[in-house]
Design a binder for this molecule. Structure first.
Ligand SMILES: *Cc1c(COP(=O)(O)O)cnc(C)c1O
Length: 362
């Protein structure tokens, strides 16, 4: 049996460190915005080469708060991709803005910068690229377009923690980078958690207030904020894992490259376009025989999943705003993509087991 993700292996190796941190927190009882949250923010900011890292309650909140802090609101248009998790677009809607979907590149599944300009109107305020499945979007082109048209750039880094573009970390390039610590993400905690990185002092100050009831000084409230803080216990887990994150991501790349070597003849493996380092949050291939492959994998107790079966512009929730929209590449990829098990502890032997089953299916 090979699951899509296996979080037990990591827990076994980190058990002592994490449980000791839990014990200390239970003893000192600083459960909210305690010393581990502070230390984690410093360590994460350092690692991600960002001046500020402001943790919050989830990746969805990170996006929501970043858009609010950037001043995006009612009636503004935000250009993004339709081939992503719903939270990317939900956050845009939370602030009263409208998601405008642009097609993707067929090789990387990331937003196609060449199609962005045609989607810009006088209501466009921002571009929200997603570094999908762990591969950085083409930030050079996106930043150049943003500069030319005076737009903000907010990065959705929920799947790309630790990915870089020529040494520059995703999340430190645009005005803000939004990270998720959902358990299955490259850096995952044991519940929900999120973070925004930024090099902008004013945005950082806004974010610190927004996540904590609009307050800088306790019981003095400057703006309407939220209760969106990272738990101290989750920060304990994240500090333990952050130290090992570079090696976790290397192991993901190793497993992915073994898959691609063994599968090159039978499916279209995910392509690395060389713009940045792919950290393989997902290993997502294309095949015309997707159903047969998935059936065979399931018969052999091997995990597999479709990320994402229905692109956002075809979701019921967006039926009104997306009536006339057609995104041929997104639609084609959604009809043929499937993802295989991937996590740092997945051995090359296990990868071979999976690829043998796929070869027998096609
Ligand atoms: C997981 C994810 C989010 C949301 O993160 P949560 O922590 O689950 O709220 C946002 N965008 C993308 C692309 C994601 O994969």
């Amino acid at each position: 049996m090979i699951p899509m993700v296996d979080l037990k292996g990591q827990y076994q190796t980190l058990k002592e460190e994490i449980e000791q941190g839990f014990q200390e927190t239970l003893q000192n009882t600083s459960f909210i915005l305690g010393p581990n949250v502070q230390a984690f923010e410093n360590e994460a900011a350092d690692y991600l080469q960002a001046k500020h890292a402001i943790s919050c309650a989830s990746g969805t909140d990170a996006l929501h708060l970043a858009l609010l802090a950037a001043g995006i609101g009612e009636g503004d248009e935000v250009i993004t991709t339709s081939f992503t998790f719903i939270a990317t677009a939900e956050a845009i809607c939370y602030v009263g803005a409208i998601p405008v979907y642009v097609d993707i590149k067929p090789d990387t599944y990331n937003i196609d910068p060449e199609k962005i300009e045609a989607a810009i109107t006088n209501k466009t305020k921002a571009i929200l690229p997603v570094h999908l499945f762990g591969q950085p979007a083409d930030m050079d082109s996106i930043m150049a377009l943003a500069e030319k048209h005076n737009l903000l750039v907010i990065e959705d880094c929920a799947q790309s923690f630790g990915a870089d573009i020529k040494g520059q970390m995703t999340g430190s390039i645009g005005l803000a980078g939004c990270h998720s610590f959902f358990p299955s993400k490259n850096l995952g905690c044991y519940g929900d958690g999120g973070m925004v990185t930024t090099n902008d002092d004013e945005i950082a100050e806004q974010l610190r207030m927004l996540r904590n009831h609009g307050s800088k000084v306790r019981y003095y409230h400057d703006i309407v904020g939220y209760n969106s803080r990272l738990d101290e216990l989750q920060a304990v887990v994240l500090r333990a894992k952050l130290k090992r994150l570079p090696s976790y991501n290397q192991e993901r790349r190793r497993a992915a490259h073994t898959y691609s070597r063994l599968l090159a003849e039978v499916v279209t493996p995910p392509q690395e376009d060389g713009i940045g380092t792919h950290v393989y949050h997902q290993y997502t291939l294309l095949s015309d025989q997707r159903d047969a492959i998935m059936q065979k994998l399931q018969d052999n107790s091997i995990g597999c999943a479709i990320y994402y079966p229905v692109p956002l512009h075809q979701q019921k929730v967006f039926a009104d705003i997306c009536k006339q929209i057609s995104l041929p590449i997104t639609e084609d990829v959604a009809s043929r993509c499937m993802s295989l098990p991937i996590y740092p502890e997945l051995t090359d032997e296990m990868v071979t087991q999976v690829t043998d089953v796929i070869k027998s299916a096609v």
